[in-house]
Design a protein around this ligand. Sequence first.
Ligand code: ADP
Ligand code: ADP
Ligand code: MG
Length: 677
Amino acid sequence: MFNKILIANRGEIACRVAATCKRLGIASVAVYSDADAYAKHVSACDEAVHIGGATAAESYLRVARIIEAARATGAQAVHPGYGFLSENEDFAHACEAAGIVFIGPPVEAIAAMGSKAAAKALMHAAAVPLVPGYHGDDQNPELLHREADAIGYPVLLKASAGGGGKGMRVVERSEDFVAALASCKREAASSFGNDRVLIEKYLTRPRHVEVQVFADRHGGAVYLFDRDCSVQRRHQKVLEEAPAPGLSAQIKREMGEAAVAAARAVNYVGAGTVEFIMTATGDFYFMEMNTRLQVEHPVTEMITGQDLVEWQLRVAAGQPLPLTQDQLKIDGHAIEARIYAEHPARGFLPSTGTLKHLRMPEGVEFAIDAGAGESRKAPVRIDSGVREGDTITPFYDPMIAKLIVHGATREDALARMSRALHACEVVGPHTNVEFLQRIVESEPFATGDLDTGLIERHHEALFAPVKKPFKEALALACAALLTREGGTAHGASPWDALSHWRLNSGFTQTLGWLAIENSGETGSPFTVAFARDGATQTLEHDGVREAFSWSSGAGLHEYRATIGDARATGRVFIDGDTFHVFCLGHALAFEWQNLLAHAADAEHGEGRLTAPMPGKVIAVLVEPGAVVEKGTPLIVMEAMKMEHTIGAPAAGTVSEVLYAVGDQVADGAQLLVLDVE
Ligand code: ADP
Ligand code: ADP
Ligand code: MG
């Protein structure tokens, strides 16, 4: 076995590999870019080498620099993780030439599977079933068109060198073929430097089912069962599970054996995944083979109790496979959800920013001491490459964490996944957590009615507004605000910070709020009246006055509040004037409108309306001379792809607008002048 390896990757997978190294007593070397100097994967390893600038091209894709780092640190082998150089034959070759073991398949196997078209020719020879289609060398556009007509529409055009869901075009009719081919070739050339395409029959309502395979240098090859990865957006996986639900033992065995045959056909060594596309009737066809560890490998670890990184290391060190096919058994069911910093409601655009607050459900970080066999017994496993305070940058994959759950049955695993997702708290970038909750709780997912069109077909239901515990969350936000402003101290000066007036013995404060929707848009402002008279406290909202009490809880950011009959315990994370409330499994946010500050401005006869964050003006809704009510939206700004509407703090007349649409605005800059009535 190796004494020391270099991990040529970052983020979650680098941390994952480092954990197994630690458990096996293997020293690990991290590499890092300028943007990752303080990244989690650097501290997860024993040593670290700086390899260049922030972009992948300047760092994680630099073959020579990484080989040099391995040499300099005395690493005997390199683990490429996934993405970056993991399927790059030149890198595998360079490692070999430098006398460093590449922890992956032989160069020839990477090359054979690197071209989807060439791989299909090989698979055809090995009698692995293929989707009807054309994968020939002749790329004459007229010939391709004739082939598509012969296959029958719809067809799918794919970049032969493609990956990551890129370079694919569905063509519905013969008339559309020429234009689709041209655009597919353009994208293929620019993304992969190779414009070769292949054509496949486009299956309707298919499932994506894949098989984990492993082979050693001694002729051993096994399959570690199947995974269903049908839940996808833009042809990219969102939720994965193992085993694939609802398949007969016979189909599963046939797929497993076909996958092993595929691996043997290219003299495969190490971990690989054979991806199949499956029809509703259970016919399955080879799509491609990924010659590396897969993002979703943890679900296989959870059901087999095996540590696949350990298997990779053993095989790369020349050892035989740890288990034979007969010794491998499936135990229970596992599901993985990929938590991304992204904006589902805006076409899944990536989101960036600092993770100001990050709380994952109670779980184990990948079993540093125990290995996958033990971690599988924990209810939840979290594989993450970031910590609270880290930043999701635009340079790399915006993944925050993978949440993996195991249960005795699919139903158990689902219930756990749902609970786990409701326990995730993220403040900073936008995330897909709520979206994942809805998929997991949707009827088709819950019943295992899976196909690659699930998200699109149920778009409306998956994006409909969710009912949330608004009143309880508001009570908690008020509790946090009153605590921050010193409201627990009787009659003290703290009230100066809030707009208030005194009534005889008691007093009332008016708290101004703005609800922030998950989509990032703000609702209209509203006020809540807090009153204390002796020992009696009340909160009035929407014309209803109810008894109100609160206290801060034991943990950080924790509060308890009771309003009328409702009670809630939750966490409130305060970011400037935005109060992020996590209660009853939901995330809500409110922005505090400091009425006193606004009133002070009003006293000076003008409303200084300033930008609450640096960003861009995307809409100016008023012109000089406009007479506005309190709360009238004036300007919409965008920062980090998030919209923010600035409303009038009081009624008045707009006398000057200082910025126009498209302008970049600094934090705190005055946006317009309002003459308050
Ligand atoms: P699969 O699930 O089949 O492995 P993906 O294409 O989703 O397929 O996963 C591989 C891709 O994941 C890589 O090409 C890369 O863009 C992305 N990725 C996710 N996390 C990381 C990471 N920590 N480091 C590098 N690439 C990552
Ligand atoms: P990538 O290299 O981008 O992962 P794949 O060939 O694995 O490309 O296909 C990605 C996804 O596209 C699949 O998981 C599936 O959802 C869809 N897909 C691929 N081929 C077909 C097909 N012939 N019919 C329908 N959908 C397909
Ligand atoms: Mg694929």
